[in-house]
Design a protein around this ligand. Structure first.
Ligand code: SF4
Ligand code: SF4
Length: 360
């Protein structure tokens, strides 16, 4: 049996759950939360576990990832304990907890995290500088200073890095939640579960759609679709470059997809920037610095991508070079930090939904 640890709620305050000790266990949050079921008092179970300091119970729970932060529980809490804010804080706590070698600590330590971002930026700039001055590069295109081959190789290395670390971290979660294997559940069931979660919860975000605030849901959905479109467009361009390098025309299709996908992604990211800046409601009153960095990086990546497309047709070569270098550094930072920062919710949430479905 786990022992009560009153210091835990202090620890979780660093992740943004400032008011949770005010909870007097009335259950209003459970009554309002669309995720609550008869056998899962959502989010009160996590609130109690935090107040009592049951760290193992929290670390091995999928609940923080099932919450969409609609904020309805926080709006109705009579004690202003902000249970929705707690779920968000627990997600940050879990990202840190399951990070390989505690790499996430580098990005979650307040002001000193800025050093980590500074070093990453420096590495990116240094990489660009080395590539720019590499005398071996023969394939320099009129409006590019980095060889496509070098870019592709770099992209593949980063992608492999991301896959390895993401995979290990998902295994760590799997180990911690101790799924019991039941007889009679075959591959067919897992596949069905996977497809259901992918279409209903990832692509349509059905549970999120049950929250009252449709603006947040729409913005999140558009950001996701836009992001998926941009990802698909980038991969397709890379594949065409690799297998059909002489067929310039064929790249028009993914480029058009990229251009179109940027619009919903930009809307979503601007919406979240705006509500966080304006603090329009209770659940945007506090933004952890890791959330700021993530959302600003996404915004800069989309904005610099669009600027590149505009500059491509102009004669402002130097500005194009600078914007391209800037874009590469931002994308490099986003990909490299994917498993260790807020970005990791893109893999943790669908994984948690899948495990919850299997468990059910
Ligand atoms: S509504 Fe507030 S006070 Fe009541 S159980 Fe939930 S967090 Fe605690
Ligand atoms: S923020 Fe919304 S989904 Fe999350 S626990 Fe509160 S009511 Fe439930």
């Amino acid at each position: 049996m786990e022992r009560v640890n009153p210091d835990f709620s202090e620890k979780i305050k660093k992740f943004g759950a400032f008011d949770i000790n005010a909870c007097y266990n009335c259950g209003t949050c459970t009554a309002i939360c669309p995720l609550s079921t008869e056998d899962n008092s959502f989010p009160r179970k996590m609130v109690r576990a935090t107040v009592l300091g049951l760290e193992n119970k929290i670390a091995s729970s999928l609940d923080p990832w099932l919450c969409y932060y609609c904020g309805e529980c926080s709006d109705t809490c009579p004690r202003d304990a902000d249970p929705g804010g707690l779920m968000m804080a627990l997600r940050r706590y879990q990202i840190r907890k399951f990070s390989v070698g505690r790499i996430s600590d580098l990005f979650y330590q307040g002001f000193s995290s800025l050093w980590a971002w500074f070093v990453l930026t420096l590495l990116g700039v240094l990489g660009i500088f080395i590539l720019k001055n590499n005398p071996d590069m023969k394939e320099i295109k009129p409006l590019s200073f980095v060889s496509l081959n070098v870019l592709h190789d770099g992209g593949i290395i980063l992608f492999i890095f991301l896959l390895i670390f993401s995979f290990i971290q998902l295994l760590l979660i799997l180990k911690s939640i101790k799924l019991t294997k039941k007889n009679g559940i075959g591959m067919k069931y897992y596949l069905k579960s996977f497809l259901e979660v992918f279409f209903k919860e990832v692509l349509a975000q059905k549970k999120f759609s049950e929250c009252e605030d449709k603006k947040r849901y729409t913005a999140h959905l558009l950001l996701l679709w836009g992001f998926l479109g941009l990802f698909l467009a980038t991969i397709t361009v890379m594949l065409f470059d690799f297998f059909l390098p002489s067929n310039e025309g064929i790249r028009t299709i993914p480029k058009f997809l990229g251009l179109m996908s940027g619009i919903p992604a930009l809307y979503g990211v601007l919406f979240f920037l705006w509500i966080r800046l304006k603090k329009v409601d209770k659940y945007s009153k506090f933004t952890h610095h890791t959330d700021w960095i993530f959302i600003v990086l996404i915004f800069l990546a989309i904005l610099s991508g669009y600027t590149l497309d505009i500059l491509r047709w102009s004669s402002a070569v130097k500005i194009y070079y600078f914007t391209f270098a800037f874009h590469l550094v931002v994308v490099f930072e986003l990909i490299l930090t994917f498993p260790f920062t807020k970005f990791a919710h893109v893999m943790y949430r669908p994984f948690a939904l899948l495990l919850a479905d299997i468990r059910k």
